[in-house]
Design a protein around this ligand. Structure first.
Ligand SMILES: Cc1ncc(COP(=O)(O)O)c(C=O)c1O
Length: 374
């Protein structure tokens, strides 16, 4: 009898993340169940303080998911109906959906092929072309796959134009740029705690961080019907609250996040060495950047064949995202395209493949991926 083939390594594995911390997570859930308080309570308050400190921001406001976090961040910095908001053409659809939920019109700008962040020169050209019309209000910079976007170039471009800056950090918990944490550059910055994220809940969750107390106050109001005081709405808000169980789970997982991110970087270094050794390009980490390696994203001209070959060797790999925003039926012909077009975003969607890089991979699994890459 031949030995059983090893199981395919999944591209993501949130159950393994739960099992790694099962005892303290179960205790945290039990604590909430026994407390009798389930929405916006002591766990959320404590998590907001702990997460703000971890990011390096003054305030964190828990919300229901990352999409709401982007929407409410935009609304809290003054984006409203009919405003234009720039965002990358290669990102999670959620980024663009959130802009529209805020009543605004997305303007898609191309990305850099090597770091997957907004292309600063195309951003500058798009702002110059659209600013005179007066509808442009904000830029959403996405630190896609965990690599910080070119903030040293982007921040002054956005500031000089008098626009608001929102960071979409849904994939960038722990990414750093020139010594500062992702999420500390924007007027407000959005995080997702979707279960597969570097900091993942066991359900939906999100947060917005900001240094500005007034912005934090607007966020707290917006997330709960626009209330300033109970039952008195000052602005039309939404229901986007973080629940106590998710906050309690996130508090447990936050304690492990630094070690988890270190493990991601160790695994990424192994893959990088294997790819480089095989004469292939590995993900670029720009000087001054600390990559959070939410994904280990590699471009390959025959991506689908490469993906199949890896699967034959027991390695599951994911395509995030196969279609640029403007190529999807919901947005085609409707969203606006920035200066210089979005050809790089389109190519990246055809060529990108994400290898499993979550911290619960065993050394044996990492070695299997390395062998497959070779
Ligand atoms: C870049 C980006 N922005 C926003 C989101 C939205 O987060 P959520 O799924 O929690 O709504 C995600 C997650 O899917 C994301 O990857």
């Amino acid at each position: 009898m031949s030995p059983a083939a090893p199981e395919t390594i999944p591209a993501a594995h949130p159950h393994a993340a739960y099992l790694a911390l099962r005892t303290p997570i179960d205790a945290a859930i039990r604590r909430v169940l026994d407390s009798g308080w389930y929405i916006l309570g002591r766990e959320v308050d404590a998590f907001e303080r702990e997460f703000a400190t971890w990011v390096g921001a003054a305030h964190a406001v828990g919300v229901a998911n990352g999409t709401d976090a982007v929407e409410l961040a935009l609304r809290a910095v003054g984006v409203g109906t009919g405003d234009e908001v720039i965002a990358p053409a290669h990102t999670a659809t959620a980024t663009i959906a959130a802009i529209e939920h805020a009543g605004a019109i997305p303007v898609l700008v191309d990305i850099e092929a090597d770091t997957f962040g907004l292309d600063p020169e195309k951003l500058r050209a798009t702002i110059a072309a659209r600013r005179p019309a007066g509808r442009l209000r904000a830029v959403v910079v996405v630190h896609l796959y965990g690599h910080p976007a070119a903030l040293d170039a982007i921040v002054p471009i956005v500031r000089d134009a008098g626009l608001a800056l929102v960071e979409d950090c849904a994939q960038a918990h722990g990414a750093r740029w020139q010594g500062r944490g992702a999420g500390t550059f924007g007027d407000a910055s959005a995080f997702s705690f979707y279960p597969t994220k570097n900091l993942g809940a066991l359900g939906d969750g999100g947060a917005v961080v900001t240094d500005d107390a007034a912005t934090a106050g607007r966020l707290r109001s917006l997330r709960e019907y626009g209330w300033r005081e109970r039952f008195r709405s000052e602005t039309p808000g939404v229901n986007s609250r973080l629940d106590e169980i998710q906050a309690a789970i996130l508090r447990v997982k936050l304690k492990a996040l630094e070690a988890d991110n270190t493990r991601r970087r160790t695994i990424a270094a192994r893959y990088t060495a294997a790819l480089t050794g095989a004469g292939r390009a590995a993900p670029r980490v720009r000087d001054g950047a600390v990559h959070a390696f939410h994904q280990f994203a590699v471009l390959h001209p025959r991506r689908d064949a490469w993906r199949s070959a890896l699967l034959e060797r027991g390695v599951g790999a994911a395509v995030l995202y196969p279609h640029a925003i403007h190529e999807q039926p919901a947005y085609a012909g409707r969203v606006r395209i920035g200066e210089g077009g979005v050809a790089t975003s389109e190519r990246v969607c055809r060529e990108v493949l994400c290898l499993p890089v979550y911290p619960q991979l065993s050394d044996e699994q990492v070695q299997r991926v390395v062998d497959a890459l070779r």
